[in-house]
Design a protein around this ligand. Sequence first.
Ligand code: G6P
Length: 622
Amino acid sequence: MCGIVGYTGGHQAAPILLDGLSRLEYRGYDSAGLAVRNGESLAEVVKATGKLYHLADKTDQGRSLIGTCGIGHTRWATHGDPSVTNAHPHVSGNCTGSGSGAVESDVVGVHNGIIENFAELKEKLLHHGYQFYSDTDTEVVVKLVDYYYKKYKIGPIDAITRTMVRVRGSYALALMFRDYPGEIFAARKDSPLIIGTADEAAYLASDVPAILKYTRQVYYIDNLQAARIAPGSVKFYDLNGDEVSLPLTEITWDAAAAEKGGYEHFMLKEIHEQPTAVRDTLNSLVKDGQIDLSATGLTDDVIGSLTQVDIVACGSAWHVGMAAQYVIEDLVKLPVRVELASEFRYRSIPMPGNTLVIVISQSGETADSLAALRVAKERGATTLAVVNVVGSTIAREADHVLYTLAGPEIAVATTKAYSAQLAALDVLAVQMAFLRGTVSGDQYTHLLEELATIPDKIRRVLEDKERLQWFSSKIVNAHDIFFIGRGLDYAISLEGSLKMKEISYIHSEAYAAGELKHGTISLIENNTLVIGVLTQSQLFEKTVSNMVECKSRGAYLMGITTNGNFAVEDSVNFTVYVPRTDEHFVSSLAVIPLQLLAYYTSVNRGLDVDKPRNLAKSVTVE
Ligand code: G6P
């Protein structure tokens, strides 16, 4: 949500900023803007609503904005509608109009996050003679920095730290000061921001892909820290304005990982990267036939003493938790609770004994998941983050971190990060079961052998994609789709339904198959598509019966089951088979056809697969 980039160095800034913003498009946005300075001159601000190419067109692909220092922003509207006036950058001057052009302002800035007390601060600034042209909380922050800067005649860092003390909420801020040509100042609390260095240049961005083309040397600026960035020089400061040092991290991602690599969409590429994402994640946790969780810091003693597991997450990561719940309960025999982070954070959930709270998050920046993690820590739970983005806030704040190795995920609808999370949770379940004696040594070996086959089996499911492409053309005009299953199959149905609705905009719902009769079945009409997930042998017949009940009310049926269950074809109109595997792990296979079905349906409907409307990859506001 919102993307920030910054560059200062020897090259023209605007094309670099536009390129960086294009790599942050996945975060979701509805308008964009740039501010560029040429030496001592005033900052020139250009903004546009809609897709990034409007901004690129307005600036002749960045060429018409002269200057080697600048900041850029993609905005996902929170305060104020998506208009040119509300688009960032925002300026400190009392300008009329939209705050565009060569701006007579001492401070120009971009912001990601939400300033909760902006109304109160705006009142204060109005009282001091400031005028406002936009509805945004960002304009308030920029003007507040300007206010302290002038009132106390202090430097940019002191003005920024005073502002940080005064504002409530979350922010990643990048600011340019008229008196400091060639420099960018930044601050961060609870919104992502990284700073990259290179010879005679420096960069800042909300996420690594924006700057990976230029540098692999990055700093992860901490919460409540500020930074001063000049070509080849980066300095960090704490809230007192005292300089602090931060470690420089080398990004090891392959730059190609953040490119489409010949695929039509990032989502399709990421679907195909799942065998690798799962294999890499498994290989990082299983060595020489033994699970090794030492990198997470979770000791055998901690695992042995647990009395309860709570899993907290949002969106697809929550669906991973739902699936893991069944696996942990069955293998480890521990009570497991799965909660939506947005609910968990406001509930008074007791955490008796030794509770392990597992926060699952691809980005490691989801606001609700981060808040839930903090609540869990306050209540004395041991916390484990299962996170994909190295150095993200959730990863840094949790007691223990288990990194999934899915690589950068760009499409808003997650696929490979989801699969890597599922694999990570499966490994965790097996290790917990082994250490707590709920599976034998032989079962442990069998489970690990089965897990090791998953990447190749995913590859085999992907080979069947043309059938799903064909089937998707039949359902392209569907109004409603119902996904049903029991147990683990229900957890997979939840994910299949979310994938479908988020990128195809077809209404879909997932139901525990046994619940159908309690209301939902009244929604079944002639040709309503019902997709049953049927991978759990004990529950197979029950779900088939539920599907047949739908069919007798006119439904059209698709079934996903494991190879060999051919009898299902007697009841179901279209069947997809996935390879047989231990039933605890078969969800890793069953989800793949559902991802493909959603993908091809979105393509067939001519939609923006990678950037569905109104959605953001990383939801960094509540
Ligand atoms: C957004 C994304 C989903 C993701 C969810 C949680 O809604 O579109 O794909 O599952 O956020 O994100 P996280 O980064 O915490 O896994």
